[in-house]
Structures are given as structure tokens and as C-alpha cells.
Design a protein. Sequence first.
Length: 171
Amino acid sequence: MGNTWEVPVRNMINKSLQTLTEKGHNLTDMRPIIVRYDMAGHVAGKAIYKHNLIKLNGGILNRYTEHFINRTVPHEVAHLVAFFLNGNHPVPRPHGDEWRGLMMELGLHPNRTHKYETLPARGASCERVKPYRYKCICREFMLSLTRHRRYMHGHKYRCAKCITAIQYIGL
């Protein structure tokens, strides 16, 4: 237990499983659900069937804690339950009828996607910083860290206007 979300997330998993059991699903042989908080980028969560694992985006969870726990966690639980109820075989459509039915039984609208702002979860600002200055014969450029690293490892960039190779001139 290393963060403030683990107990509420685990409670929501248990609540979701209990609700589905009360709705008539036999989940007694379902393996315990493992949770990791290592998703990044735009994805809020992901169910990994093979390991009965839910991966969650800690950045989004931190920013939208209550809504995330109440919506995203049951969403991923529904995927794992649909897999289990299908004989531990992937369902034909991950967001198909089986999953939708489980979401409705959990009292949730079966939305496939979220509307969370994801840039802070990736550690980026709204506009990417481009601190690396380059020049050609007609103008100066600012390149991102990724392009700067590629340049430093031998990738060559050319100016679209004058077609000459650009050169690094500093920060």
C-alpha cells in the first residue's frame, strides 16, 4: 500500500464484484484482481485478461480521483468479469453486449471513452516546450527534446523552405 488511492480503488473493485454477484453472476472462482498504477498518456485504464490485472493511469486518477474511482475502475472490472463469464476467453467485442450489460447492472452508462484532460497525466503542458535552437541559411528553428536527441544521434533535418541542413546553435 503505497498511495492514497489503493484502499478506495480496492473498495470499488469489491463493491463492483459484490453488485454483480447480487445480480446473479457466480464469481466465486474468479481470480483476485491485481491493480497497478502504471498507465500513462491518454489511456485511463486497461484490463489485462491473462493476468486478471487492471492497469490505471495514476496521473488521471490523481486529478479526477472521485469520478475516476466511480467510473473507470468499474469499467475495467466489467471487462475482467465479462472475460471470466465467457469461460476465460476474450469476448468478441470488448465493449460489446456482454460488457454493456455488466455496466448497466453496475448502474453505469456504458461509455467506451473518458473525457479527462490527459496532458497533465503525461507530464506535459498544453504547449510542448521546444528549447533547442537550430538554424539554416534562411531562419532559426526551435526543436523538441525528441528531435534534438535524434539530431544528436545522427538524424539529419532540412529546412522545408531553403532545403539546407539545419544545425544546432544551443539552448
